[in-house]
Design a binder for this molecule. Structure first.
Ligand code: VGL
Ligand code: ZN
Length: 237
């Protein structure tokens, strides 16, 4: 009756549940000197009350503060757009937020105005508490090119310098957390794989926007690229 497949399915393990989520796993993952935590876009605009608020976005903050304590290397990112940025719906007459347009570098989702350089909305959450964070990477600051990824702009070639920085610091493994799972977190994790980092996304330290199936697609793309999906409880405290 209780064959192996049913037991595994009941535990949510293996093919039946898609990617292993590892929360039950045995050995805790212990970040070492060659590990870096990338904290993506925990900025007021993406938090409740912000112009591009991610549902429950504020709930990532205590989780990130907690896991950050076990990392010697932490890099923060800030989405950092010009006014009238190409990714803003308001820059395209007749277009509304969450519609898409075709740009020279590909399809672009259009967003409400958000994370304008120097604005209060672009500031990091005041509740983030990661005093040892060593670098803040700003991205999306070219008016005509978006950058979800902390590594490479949406044109697919302009680099932010992050891969070279991490390599110069002998980092081999990156752990990605923050907002939003299906955009800046996913694109950062995919580019981390392209740059040959061992890559983990800490699922409960992220929240998604989920427009037009983007969240499910992001997890599928990340699984295909070899990104490991873990929970904060998988990390050694
Ligand atoms: C983001 C949409 C637009 C993100 C940034 O941080 O995921 N999403 N800009
Ligand atoms: Zn943006």
């Amino acid at each position: 009756m209780w064959d192996r497949r049913r037991i595994l399915a009941g535990l949510g393990v293996g093919a039946a549940s898609g990617v292993s989520r590892r929360a039950w796993a045995a050995t805790p993952i212990r970040p070492d000197e060659a590990s870096a935590l990338l904290v993506i876009d925990v900025q007021n605009c993406f938090l409740p009350g912000g112009s591009l608020a991610v549902k429950d976005g504020d709930q990532v903050v205590p989780v990130i503060n907690k896991i950050a304590r076990s990392f010697a290397n932490v890099v923060l990112t800030q989405d950092w757009h010009t006014q009238a940025h190409v990714s803003f719906a308001s820059s395209h007459p007749g277009k509304k937020p969450f519609e898409t347009i075709d740009l020279p570098y590909g399809k672009q989702v259009l967003w409400p105005d958000h994370c304008v350089q120097g604005s209060e909305g672009a500031a990091l959450s005041k509740d983030l508490s990661i005093p040892q964070a060593e670098l803040i990477i700003r991205k999306g600051f070219h008016k005509d090119v978006d950058s979800y990824s902390a590594f490479t702009e949406a044109d697919g070639k302009t680099t932010t310098g992050l891969a070279a920085y991490l390599k110069a610091r002998q980092v081999k493994r990156v752990f990605v957390a923050g907002l939003a799972t299906d955009f800046c977190v996913a694109w950062t994790a995919l580019d981390a794989r392209k740059a040959d980092f061992e890559t983990y996304v800490v699922e409960d330290a992220c929240r998604g926007i989920d427009t037009q199936g983007s969240l499910a697609k992001a997890w599928t793309d990340m699984a295909k690229a070899g990104v490991k999906r873990i929970q904060s409880s998988d990390l050694a405290a």
